[in-house]
Design a protein around this ligand. Structure first.
Ligand code: TRP
Length: 331
């Protein structure tokens, strides 16, 4: 049997997830998990660049883990684990820091954006965030990294760091490719379709949380901002309707043309209701599983332990090799 390539991805462990996170990331991960040997991390070390309330943070990280599993990342088939439980991440990040230039980190747009947004806490972690991300990916020799388009630059710097290292020490790291899924539409805010859907938006009608109940979902879609004509058609001049079509298409698998046909001659009201119902139906089994998993602490603990061990084993192989190559002593 041909060996599967490795896939790596993860999300930060902060707060609830939105429909955007699900359709843009999680759902695609689930689609890919037969084809690749997959590692999915709860990226709790990355979350430390922002000050966290310890009790909430601990809970949110476990909730994210449960959500991964509920969404279909089977912890028996994929390695679903906690980044902070595997010390190789922090160790390799340090080493890679010494192979990364201040100049290239300073060009990262996410760093620039976040240091403006959190001007009172521009910590060194925010600056070296992409190096930790490179360590995550390179430790597992990942070939494929499904990420949102906002992480493209971080993938590029990961490749640059890996190539730089390999050039000096030989083929130590697999050079990863970013994977932007064909299906993974970027989901926009329901209140302002020119902005990305975000859970930090104060207007709660702007985003669907994965934990929203059916009535809430339908109500939020009813209120979604559209435009003044009444035709369900995809186009740059119709960002609101186009966003709803992307959502409906991601959930049902229908193309834009099929959706236009389905709703031709019918108004926005019908369409919005159909989108709301389709989303609620898609999320219902996930929500039921999630509720069940949150109550089953023993099962989740067991999954975490087992998967942490596998992640430690795989990542330590790479770390040992790196240490040897650069001349750190062994006994
Ligand atoms: N920075 C990523 C995000 O915010 C999360 C992340 C951390 C990640 N390490 C990773 C994604 C490694 C892919 C691979 O979305």
């Amino acid at each position: 049997m041909e060996e599967k390539k490795t896939l790596y991805s993860g999300m930060q462990a902060t707060g609830a997830l939105t429909l955007g996170n699900y359709l843009g990331a999680l759902k695609n991960w689930v689609r890919l998990n037969e084809e690749y040997d997959c590692f999915f991390g709860v990226m709790d070390l990355h979350s430390l660049t922002v000050r966290q309330n310890p009790a909430e943070f601990r809970q949110n990280a476990r909730k994210l883990y449960a959500l991964y599993v509920a969404a279909g990342l089977d912890p028996e088939k994929n390695c679903v684990y906690f980044q902070s439980h595997v010390s190789a991440h922090a160790e390799l990040a340090w080493i890679l820091n010494c192979f990364t230039y201040v100049g290239e980190l300073g060009r990262m747009t996410q760093y620039k954006d976040k240091s403006l947004k959190h001007a009172d806490n521009v910590n060194a972690g925010l600056f070296t965030y992409p190096v930790l991300m490179a360590a995550d990916i390179l430790l597992y020799q990942a070939a494929v990294v499904p990420v949102g388009i906002d992480q493209k630059q971080h993938l590029e710097i990961t490749r640059d760091i890996a190539e730089r290292f390999n050039k000096i020490y030989g083929d130590v790291f697999t050079i990863p490719d970013a994977y932007f899924g064909k299906h993974s539409a970027k989901i926009m805010s329901l209140a302002d379709p020119t902005k990305k859907m975000s859970k930090s938006d104060e207007n709660t009608n702007s985003h669907i949380l994965l934990t929203d109940d059916k009535d809430t979902i339908i109500r939020k879609f009813k209120r979604a901002v559209t435009d003044s004509d009444t035709v369900v058609r995809y186009g740059e001049d119709k960002p609101g309707i186009s966003n709803l079509m992307d959502i409906y298409g991601s959930v049902t698998g229908k193309t834009h043309e099929q959706i236009e046909e389905e709703f031709s001659g019918r108004g926005y009201g019908d369409f919005k209701l159909a989108v709301g119902e389709a989303v609620a139906d898609e999320l219902a089994p996930l929500q039921a599983d999630y509720e069940r998993l949150l109550k089953d602490k023993a099962y989740i603990d067991e999954c975490i332990k087992k998967n942490d061990d596998r992640a430690r084993y795989v990542s330590n192989k790479t770390l040992r090799k790196v240490k040897k190559k650069i001349g750190l002593t062994e006994v």
